[in-house]
Design a protein around this ligand. Structure first.
Ligand code: NAD
Length: 365
């Protein structure tokens, strides 16, 4: 029996999901065998695959299984086949149900430029070289959920659209703490992004984050207005380590930060709650255009497994091993089509998986 033992729910989903998940599971098993970490993997249905089998994108027993596991590893869901179903039956509705069902209020999106892939970025080498940012986005509050909301008719008969940006102290504190803890595991710098010069909700945000800082004297806190943050992200992204922000600003800034790297097949993410297990998944979708052809890049899925080890299971050494193996494979020149560049070796999803296992074995040698 391994020293530590974790129950992991696997949601392979649709499209390239099964191919990239197979690689991530092999990698986890390899690193687990080395470090005496045991994984008990249980598969469950979600997304299009679940709709076909049960009529629902997130069957109740899938959510139950997720709730009772230590972490959830999700690949990708969706595809053309299910695009025209009524909203409550669409694959994406399953994703929202999973987030709500597990109370996942913190979304962690890293944007790291790997030296081997610098040319994939649309920005100049000197601007992006060395970029390593983590965006911590609040996921279950703010303007996406605030009440009142709707399109109303005024007394003059004109239509008026309304959304409400609201945060309670409790909501700010819990995302703030995740962000400070995350910064602590990185370079110890946290930048909080708001619009406190205009919005009261942002003023409260800034006040609470500033108060929380007293509990984290080892973390250096700064504040930026969101307009300036957007400029700085594309002007001088290396100044950032960890960024924390609300739902709307985080939605926009995490995509902008991700695109500094230029390669969607490389980007992992983590969604965390208070006591429930976290969900770890690549940022990309199910890529139905290349599904079943052994063309998918499995590295975002593999790096999501590394995030699961670091942020979900507190196994940083295992996470590092996986990240080192990814760098090794890229150094060896192996590339899938999405990150291919001249002079490199074009290979498929399975071959990347084999190379990762070899790299992990060499780490132990
Ligand atoms: P997508 O991310 O699936 O694909 C966009 C492009 O990037 C495609 O050309 C695809 O081949 C490529 N790509 C994506 N991941 C790749 C990988 N790992 N390796 C190599 N190439 C990769 O986005 P889309 O085409 O807009 O959406 C396809 C389906 O995925 C839709 O049904 C959509 O709703 C769903 N989707 C799901 C998620 C999720 O599961 N979280 C996220 C986004 C989209």
């Amino acid at each position: 029996m391994a020293q530590q033992h974790y129950r992991i729910t696997l949601l392979r989903g649709d499209g390239i999901g099964p191919e990239i998940m197979a690689v991530a599971v092999d990698v986890l098993k390899a690193v687990g065998a080395q470090l005496d970490i045991g994984f008990e993997f249980t598969e469950a249905l979600m997304g299009g695959a679940a709709i076909d089998a049960t009529g629902e994108p997130l069957p109740a027993d899938t959510l139950e299984l997720c709730r009772h596991s230590d972490a959830v590893l999700l690949a990708a869901i969706g595809g053309y086949k299910w695009d025209n179903l009524p909203r409550h039956q669409r694959p994406e509705t399953g994703l929202l149900g999973l987030r709500a069902g597990l109370g996942l209020f913190a979304n962690l999106r890293p944007a790291t430029i790997l030296p081997q892939l610098i040319d994939a970025s649309t920005l100049k080498r000197e601007v992006v070289e060395g970029v390593d940012i983590m965006v911590v986005r609040e996921l279950t509050g703010g303007i996406y959920f605030g009440q009142p909301r709707g399109i109303f008719t005024t007394e003059t008969g004109e239509k008026r659209g309304v959304n409400t940006m609201a945060y309670t102290e409790t909501e700010i504190d819990r995302i703030g703490r995740v962000a400070f803890e995350t910064a602590r595991k990185r370079k110890g710098k946290l930048c909080s992004v708001d619009k406190a010069n205009v919005l009261e909700v942002s003023q409260l945000w800034r006040d609470r984050i500033t108060q929380l800082a007293a509990d984290y004297p080892d973390v250096e806190l700064s504040h930026l207005y969101v307009d300036n943050a957007a400029m700085q992200l594309v002007r001088a992204p290396k100044q950032f380590d960890t960024i924390v922000t609300g739902n709307l600003f985080g939605d926009i800034l995490s995509d902008a930060a991700a695109m500094l790297t230029g390669s969607i097949g490389m980007l992992p993410s983590a969604s965390l709650g208070e006591s429930n297990p976290g969900v770890f998944e690549p940022v990309h979708g199910s890529a139905p255009d290349i599904a079943g052809q052994d063309k998918a890049n499995p590295l975002a899925q593999v790096l999501s497994a590394a995030m699961m080890l670091r942020y979900g299971l507190n196994q940083p050494t295992a996470a590092e091993r996986i990240e080192q193996a990814v760098l090794k494979v890229l150094n060896q020149g192996y590339r899938t089509g999405d990150i291919m560049s001249p002079g490199m070796d074009l290979v498929g999803c399975r071959a990347i998986g084999d190379a990762l296992i070899q790299a992990i074995e060499l780490l132990n040698a």
